[in-house]
Ligand binder design. Structure first.
Ligand SMILES: [Zn+2]
Ligand SMILES: [Zn+2]
Length: 346
């Protein structure tokens, strides 16, 4: 048994992180994240005396498997569950991509439990810090995406206050949580949020989530209109395809890619390399085309849980394989350069 000195909350969070980055179902992760939340406000002495007295499970949200983790960590022993996960899924997610990953300073696409993510905003921010990021853009969904609990104007306004509070709390850490949105591209290419709200944000990802099977020429017009919108900074998962995973597969949408990417290059809009394994979007032929067209890129995790922030390396491996110049990847830029680029057309 190896020794462990990071304490029970760190052990529970690390287990959740490893489960999430290995794409475990949410229900398997929930118990560990929940138990960490229960423990966090407690005095460590209280936790230790509960371990000694065998009364941990009297706390709400602590079950057999989480109690086992806590007991080991409190006793200074690496919890068996943690050791097993480190061994099985703790290694690199993919071959390659390390150089570009090391050059990334942040992530432009992430979701919290305000829309369809699984964790609170602050947990996403803490994990981004642990991954070495200088910034994370919080991009919860826009109103029209009701299945994903898209944010109304008033909820988005509230969220912006929370983002400011998180930043105030993290003051001096060198990390900034940036205000953002994943805004739906409506059927006619308009964005699903008011200009007034979009103007309050630091970075905006615009994505198609509906009518993916629309006629090729209509889809081209729709996407170009969105790209020309001065608030659009990143074109999210451009084909909408799903290649694997529990949502099944979905064909890529059809559009005139030369024209769409030319519009991105002309308007300084970054084409997203969506790193989620089930998306892997754009497909390689289109990614090569966008590189040849002179586009900027953003390598995004599109994380819906903290551990999924680690997905970025999948996109990095693809970019590295195709020889993409890191300076064309906007999230290798400093926060200030990124934010001024994102405001440059409005
Ligand atoms: Zn999306
Ligand atoms: Zn997303």
């Amino acid at each position: 048994m190896s020794s462990y000195d990071a304490g029970p909350v760190a052990a529970l969070r690390r287990i959740a992180f490893l489960l999430e980055r290995s794409r475990a179902e949410t229900y398997k992760v929930k118990a560990f994240r929940g138990a960490a939340d229960v423990l966090l406000p407690l005095d460590p002495d209280e936790v230790a005396s509960r371990v000694a007295a065998g009364t941990l499970r009297e706390l709400p949200g602590i079950g057999a498997s989480t109690a086992e983790v806590i007991e080991a960590a409190v006793q200074g022993i690496t919890p068996a569950r943690l050791a097993k996960l480190e061994d099985e899924v703790g290694g690199p997610l993919v071959d390659g991509g390390e150089n570009i990953r090391a050059a990334l300073k942040g992530d432009l696409h992430s979701h919290s439990d305000w829309s369809d993510g699984g964790s609170p905003i602050e947990e996403m921010a803490f994990t981004a810090i642990e991954l070495g990021h200088e910034y994370l853009v919080l991009t919860d969904h826009s109103p029209r995406l009701k299945v994903a609990n898209g944010l109304s104007i008033s909820r988005l306004n509230k969220q912006l206050e929370v983002v400011e509070a998180v930043n105030a709390h993290l003051g001096g850490s060198g990390f900034t949580l940036l205000k953002g949105i994943e805004v739906d591209i409506l059927d006619d290419g308009a964005l699903d949020q008011t200009d007034e709200m979009l103007a309050k944000l630091d970075v905006r990802v615009a994505s198609v989530h509906s009518k993916l099977a629309m006629d090729k020429y209509a889809m081209t017009r729709r996407m170009i209109a969105a790209v020309q919108n001065p608030f659009t900074n990143v074109l999210g998962h451009c084909t909408g395809r799903l290649v694997t995973g529990n949502r099944g597969t979905r064909a890529q949408s059809e559009f005139e890619a030369e024209k769409v990417f030319a519009a991105c290059a002309e308007n300084g809009v970054a084409v997203e390399i969506n790193a989620r394994p089930e998306r892997r979007d754009p497909p390689t032929t289109l990614l090569k085309l966008a590189i040849d067209t002179g586009c900027l890129f953003s390598i995004d995790s599109d994380a819906h849980a903290p551990g999924q922030l680690d997905f970025q390396v999948y996109g990095c491996a693809r970019a590295e394989e195709l020889g993409l110049d890191p300076d064309r990847i906007v999230n290798t830029w400093s926060r200030d350069r990124l934010v001024s680029w994102a405001q440059s057309r409005i």
